[in-house]
Design a protein around this ligand. Structure first.
Ligand code: HEM
Length: 398
């Protein structure tokens, strides 16, 4: 058997772009490890997969997070991310309004206040880990408020989110870590059940109350599907946003010219964020399964094949983006696939963009510059997301 590259191998994970550039050129649809998944790397083929859910199902995602050893149900398997129409269509329609741009705009002042207090605290300490102080802290606070979870629980969210996806990649010999992940899943379910019970009795101004109201008004949603929603919001809404904010911090610290341009003209911040999303793809990939034998990019895929849809590669496709490997805030033309496309297009895109914009705006207002401790970046390894794991830096006040 020919040697297949392993996409989580450090030499690929630490700098995936040359690897995917070679695949796009030489083997745009080809098998990789783990599991002999079919990596799809060209923009055009990625878009085709996303636009054809009848050929490429999202239900196969479930087996990636519900391994045989896990006795309890991983609640995320009951979420829309892992469903096909018509169930997907029915459930997604219940949350689109809450997460629309006008829906999340009402959160702007509270997220800005959180960003202000986080940056003030970072400046007081001066030397900080940007990931811990900002990238983890801001989305945790925003999501906690959105779900109506007690603020004191925010430091646990990362462990919860890690557990939901981590059970799928933890090796058999790591028995202690397995037990730890199960304990985190139980803890998460316990607190989310508490919030559901509370909001049933006392509706508030949060997503849980919105969902309960949608159900009361005739929206069909089982208890498992309701729990699946909350868990998906925690996982999909946190890991990716942590990574996006970490990548923004890294880009700002390492590129004084970009920092200076943004300082002069804050209206460029949204363009900066779009380019960070394209350039580094915090959500590297997603998974689909073929529902029948299918041809893709000239390659025949058998029925039941697991397809690794590589946003990280599509977003650097040289046939779509001029000078694809250059960070260019002035880019126009085809938008990136950083938030996916088609029926599963990210529900939280307006919220993620809002959080990133506010974090960057407040940093520009309060800081003269960000100086990163020299050295290579350590990247976190997760099933589908990628961002800096730690980012020691010094903040200079404005
Ligand atoms: C789906 C990326 C933030 C909630 C997706 C998908 C991508 C994505 C690529 C599509 C996956 C697929 O097609 O299989 C991102 C990125 C984010 C981010 C890069 C931040 C930078 C958020 C936030 C929330 C959220 C803040 C929650 C408020 C969701 C949900 C889905 C989803 C619920 C599933 C939609 C469906 O299956 O119909 N996200 N996301 N995401 N995202 Fe996000």
């Amino acid at each position: 058997m020919t040697h297949r590259p392993h996409v989580y191998a450090p030499e690929i994970w630490n700098n995936p772009h040359p690897f995917y550039a070679a695949l796009r050129r030489e083997a745009p649809v080809s098998q990789v490890e783990p599991g002999g998944m079919w990596a799809v790397t060209r923009y055009e083929d990625v878009l085709y997969v996303l636009k054809n859910p009848q050929l490429f199902s999202s239900e196969g995602f479930r087996s990636a997070v519900q391994p045989a050893w896990l006795e309890q149900r991983n609640p995320v398997i009951d979420s829309i991310l892992m469903m096909d129409p018509p169930t997907h269509t029915r459930l997604r329609s219940l949350i689109t309004r809450t997460f629309s741009a006008p829906g999340v705009a009402r959160l702007e002042s509270s997220i800005r206040a959180s960003a202000e207090s986080i940056v003030a605290d970072m400046l007081a300490r001066r030397r900080v880990d940007f990931v811990e102080s900002m990238a983890l802290a801001l989305p945790s606070r925003a999501m906690g408020a959105l779900l109506g979870l007690d603020a004191s629980l925010a430091p646990r969210f990362k462990s919860w989110a890690d557990a939901v996806t981590g059970v799928g990649i933890i090796p058999a010999e790591a028995t202690e870590r397995r037990a730890e992940l199960v304990a985190f899943l139980d803890d998460m379910k316990h607190h989310l059940t508490g919030v559901l019970e509370l909001r049933q009795r006392e509706p508030g101004n949060d997503v849980v109350s919105d969902l309960l109201q949608a159900r009361a008004q005739g929206g069909v949603m089982s208890d498992d599907e309701l729990m699946g929603f909350l868990v998906l919001l925690l996982v999909a809404g946190l890991e990716t946003t942590y990574d996006l904010l970490g990548l923004c911090g890294l880009t700002l610290a390492d590129n004084p010219d970009i920092w200076a341009r943004l300082k002069k003209d804050r209206t460029l911040v949204p363009k900066f964020i779009e380019e960070v999303l394209r350039f580094e793809s915090p959500s590297q990939s997603t998974i689909r399964t073929t529902t029948q034998e299918t041809e893709l990019g000239g390659v025949k895929l058998p029925k039941g094949a697991t397809v690794l849809v590589q946003f990280v590669s599509a977003n650097r496709d040289e046939s779509v983006y001029r000078d694809a490997h250059r960070f260019d805030m002035d880019r126009t033309g085809v938008p990136s696939l950083a938030f996916g496309q088609g029926i599963h297009f990210c529900v939280g895109a307006p919220l993620a963009r809002l959080e990133a914009r506010l974090a960057v705006e407040v940093l520009l207002e309060r800081c003269d510059r960000l100086v990163r401790e020299p050295g290579p970046v350590t990247w976190n390894v997760a099933v589908t997301t990628r961002g800096p794991a730690v980012l020691p830096m010094e903040l200079h006040p404005a």
